[in-house]
Design a protein around this ligand. Structure first.
Ligand SMILES: NC(=O)c1ccc[n+]([C@@H]2O[C@H](COP(=O)([O-])OP(=O)(O)OC[C@H]3O[C@@H](n4cnc5c(N)ncnc54)[C@H](OP(=O)(O)O)[C@@H]3O)[C@@H](O)[C@H]2O)c1
Length: 240
């Protein structure tokens, strides 16, 4: 394998992409009914908010945003210790435009909202998002074309660090495309079991062990009963 990727083979400019997940000891992020269930502790929540305040954009899938009534916002007021920086973009990933405009993501103050969608979105829903969101990227295919969407986030909105907060379907699409640079996993002392429980990467599997995405452990910290792991890509050279 060459040590450096030739310039002409490098992907377009994109943000550094981090995933953050709290997972059970068996790799699940939600219980079988796939309802919102917080599995991490207060320390894990603090960790999430620290990561949020270190990025320029936060992306999440429509199901997670709907079930968790997520606003993807940062902590404000007294708890903010860093110098003021503009709130990160809040980014919805939704091929079909299934998240209604009444969702707290659209109605709660915070960073500007961007939408990543596909050719599956009904025209009326696209119009509604256009009226409400700061910007929309519509991929030509049925799902989000991540190469083009990430390039758009980087070049149009100057998003240099992007935090992906799941869920499993969204994570899988980025991981399968080898577009994730850092994995932050909080392992919680619980077993959820069963294929019905959502795992950190859903959808189709990598076809063989050789083709799996490979990671190196960068840091490891234990706080009470939880382990906070940070992995980085084995081959970080594809980031331009
Ligand atoms: N423990 C944790 O840290 C944690 C973190 C996050 C989420 N969760 C849990 O995970 C569960 C949800 O995970 P999930 O896997 O079912 O769903 P998800 O990834 O949150 O959302 C799936 C939806 O997002 C859109 N989407 C995702 N990837 C896409 C792509 N590549 N292209 C186009 N659209 C895409 C689609 O929306 P449309 O249907 O609108 O097209 C899809 O139906 C929830 O129970 C949540 O509470 C846990």
């Amino acid at each position: 394998m060459p040590k450096h990727t030739p310039l002409q083979e490098r992907p377009p400019k994109r943000p550094y992409v981090l995933i953050n997940m709290a997972m059970s000891a068996d790799g699940k992020i939600a219980a079988a009914a796939s309802q919102f269930s917080r599995i991490g502790s207060k320390k894990d929540e603090d960790h999430l908010f620290r990561l949020r305040s270190s990025v320029d954009g936060i992306v999440s899938g429509a199901t997670t945003i709907r079930q968790e009534r997520a606003t993807l916002s940062v902590r404000t007021g007294k708890q903010k210790k860093r110098p003021t920086k503009s709130a990160p973009f809040r980014i919805l990933a939704s091929a079909h435009g299934s998240l209604p405009l009444t969702a707290p993501l659209f109605t709660t103050p915070g960073g500007p909202v961007l939408v990543l969608t596909s050719n599956q979105i009904p025209p009326t829903q696209l119009k509604q998002y256009q009226a409400k969101a700061e910007g929309i990227h519509q991929s030509k295919g049925k799902t989000i074309d991540w190469i083009s969407a990430l390039a758009w986030l980087r070049t149009e909105w100057n998003i240099r660090r992007l935090l992906c907060e799941g869920g499993g379907q969204l994570n899988q699409s980025l991981l399968k495309a080898h577009l994730v640079d850092e994995l932050n996993l909080t392992i919680c002392p619980i077993i959820m079991a069963g294929s019905e429980a959502t795992s950190i990467a859903e959808g189709t599997a990598f076809p063989s062990l050789e083709k799996c995405s490979q990671w190196k452990l960068k840091t490891h910290k234990q706080i009470n009963q939880e382990s906070f792991l940070c992995f980085v890509r084995e081959d970080p050279l594809t980031l331009t």
